[in-house]
Design a protein around this ligand. Structure first.
Ligand code: GDP
Length: 300
């Protein structure tokens, strides 16, 4: 079994290749939940949803979120009714959020709710929220602290930020399922997800770093030079006090990473790093990178 640490875009692109090469039951994915929010009364867990939809074969891979071919009838009507829906939630996608919201309100844990949703969607991989207690990433702006989704989706990242804050009422602890998955795996792969908003929240869950230090860990950089392949990772890295580069990413993982993979085009030199083509612009490229990583793990 291999365990992946994932956000909602970079690592899912790698998982798209992995699921063609591995038995899905041999894949566990520990997913960031620090972007979760209650939205129009329902529970949105964007990274968990993307990973679930990928394995269910229904993900809209043109955007890497939402369900392929979904309709937006409820969203459009809510907007006409004056509801501030700054995220365009599709109708089927919303049904998942409604179901999860109901389960959480009834006292079911996020881990159990995810398991139930995966069962219904016939997902065979193990999808594990990093923790069962709420933790949320906020960015610090001149207007005050702002939920990451508001910063990135509502304001399209067009706001200066000078800090990243994680808010919680109890310090997040990794679930038993997460630690067990890491421990039982042949290796752990930290995919090329945002180091600040996707991977660090997982690493900050009590127990995760210690478990990773005892495992063989391969990490893939989401940066080429001083720019991420996509998204707001550069501004977030600087606000997090780190260099916006593969070197900055590697420094966040240095206490546990065994193999650090950088893109062949990356001008930043990191001693000992492995160079691969990490640009997963299509299914074939995802498959190639997945094959290369599996040959590192299994030597074939
Ligand atoms: P989010 O939850 O939607 O923010 O998604 P992730 O955190 O999982 O992934 C975002 C990161 O994926 C960004 O920092 C991108 O640079 C990185 N990324 C996206 N596509 C690729 C790719 O094809 N190759 C690499 N190396 N990184 C990628």
């Amino acid at each position: 079994m291999i365990t992946f640490l994932s956000g909602g875009t970079g690592t899912p692109k790698l998982l798209r290749g992995m699921r063609e090469l591995l038995e899905e039951r041999e894949i566990a994915v520990v997913v960031n939940t620090a972007e979760d929010m209650w939205f129009s009364g329902n529970h949105l867990s964007p990274d968990v949803d993307t990973v679930m939809y990928l394995f269910a074969g229904i993900l809209d891979t043109s955007k890497w979120w939402g369900i392929h071919g979904d309709t937006f009838i409820t969203h459009d009507l809510l907007k006409r009714l004056g509801i501030n829906e700054f995220i365009a939630v599709g109708d089927q996608d919303r049904a998942i959020h409604v179901a999860r919201g109901e389960m959480l309100r009834n006292g079911i844990s996020l881990t159990e709710a995810t398991k139930a949703l995966c069962k219904t969607l016939a997902v065979q991989a193990t999808v594990l929220p990093m923790t069962d207690s709420p933790v949320t990433t906020y960015v610090r702006t001149k207007m005050g602290e702002m939920h990451f989704q508001e910063y990135w989706v509502k304001h399209r990242g067009d706001v200066a930020i000078d800090g990243v804050v994680r808010r919680f009422s109890e310090p997040p602890v990794a679930t038993e399922e997460v630690i067990e998955a890491i421990e039982r795996s042949d290796a752990v792969v930290v995919g090329p997800s945002n180091p600040v908003t996707s991977i660090s929240p997982i690493l900050e869950c009590a127990g995760v770093r210690e478990a990773l230090r005892r495992q063989r860990v391969i990490a893939v950089s989401p940066f080429i030079g001083d720019a991420p392949v996509s998204g707001p990772a550069a501004a977030l890295m600087r606000a997090f006090g780190k260099e916006a580069s593969s070197a900055g990413t590697c420094s966040l993982y240095e206490d546990f990473v065994d193999v650090f993979i950088q893109d062949i085009r990356d001008p930043v030199a990191i001693e000992g790093a492995l160079r691969l083509d990490t640009l997963m612009v299509n299914r074939g490229k995802s498959l190639d990178l997945a094959k290369n990583i599996l040959s590192l793990i299994y030597g074939c």
